[in-house]
Ligand binder design. Sequence first.
Ligand SMILES: Cc1ncc(COP(=O)(O)O)c(C=O)c1O
Length: 379
Amino acid sequence: MDKRIYLCLAHMSGNEMKYIEEAFATNWVVPLGPNVNAFEEDLERFVGEGKKVVALSAGTAALHLALIQLGVGPGDEVICQSFTFSASANPVAYLGATAVFVDSEEDTWNMDPELLEVAIKDRIVKTGRKPKAVIPVHLYGMPAKIDEICAVAEHYGIPVLEDAAEALGAEYKGRKCGTFGRFGALSFNGNKMITTSGGGALVVPDEDTKKETMFYATQAREPFPYYQHEKIGYNYRMSNICAGIGRGQMTVLDEHIAHHHHVHALYEKAFEDFDGITLKSNPGKDWNANYWLCTILVNPEVTGIDYEGVRRALDEDNIETRPLWKPMHLQPVYKDNPRYVNGVSERLFNKGLCLPAGPCVTDEDVAFIVDRIKAAYRR
Ligand SMILES: Cc1ncc(COP(=O)(O)O)c(C=O)c1O
């Protein structure tokens, strides 16, 4: 194929330019303004549950500001899902705290609630203190066992910060990911469910927390006529231009989600009686993944080819795929961090692949991808 099929390309609705032009026409070319306010309102309506939302420069910034407000500092520990992208854990390190990694369960590939409890108990015995926060992740848009995770965390009085960067629109028991914990982080990076080119947001419980988040995101300026600072602040607010893109994207978010579901259903049908390839799907009726990326596990004993062989073969056919995230407890940069592992994420990393699933992926693309996987399989 001449064109390359990408994992999840940005897809514009056509409404984005209207909001951007408005920003130029009214000279709101700054990190605040009507688009930022309206984008936040759109997001608040979308996630529901009476939550407030602050638009920020990145999902990573959202995680960082949440941890600051949870009082995380040097010497503290924060429990973080190991099977994730590094941005879930890095903000813990920015604050001089230590990420304690907890492995996944098989059903959702996300934080194992039982192992979480083992980890909390052991950290209390070993350090004499409770971890300051728990960061579960809804990886690839598959909701974690968030009720169980929140119940364990609540039992020990530890706040939950959900990393829902990949999970915009995913639901557990009919409730949107990012609204279960005290805080929820969203990402609008170029390859996510919607994009603002780069950007993110923090889902917060109330108006006061929204104000506090905005205070830290705008250099922690105190209310004086001159510039007075009593705390360390950050420059993390979203620009009014990016928020214009976000407003346009919100008009097609439901379509994007429906398209990801459609692509997943096509893969599901195609892999139905296909030994050696297992497509990840909702593990039960409570789950409604957004299928940000569709993921497969390759069993080389059946296929005769491992995930890396499939990845290389598809790359030659101009199809982008990606190995599953390498767990944080296997990353050199986190080699000395405490970890509670059960082998699940390491096994997934050694078997899994992400397949294209974005709004630009057509039915023909899916048929071609499946055909090329079958061809690689036969080789
Ligand atoms: C699981 C996860 N957490 C956090 C982030 C960080 O978001 P951002 O790139 O907007 O900083 C991403 C994506 O990039 C992600 O996939």
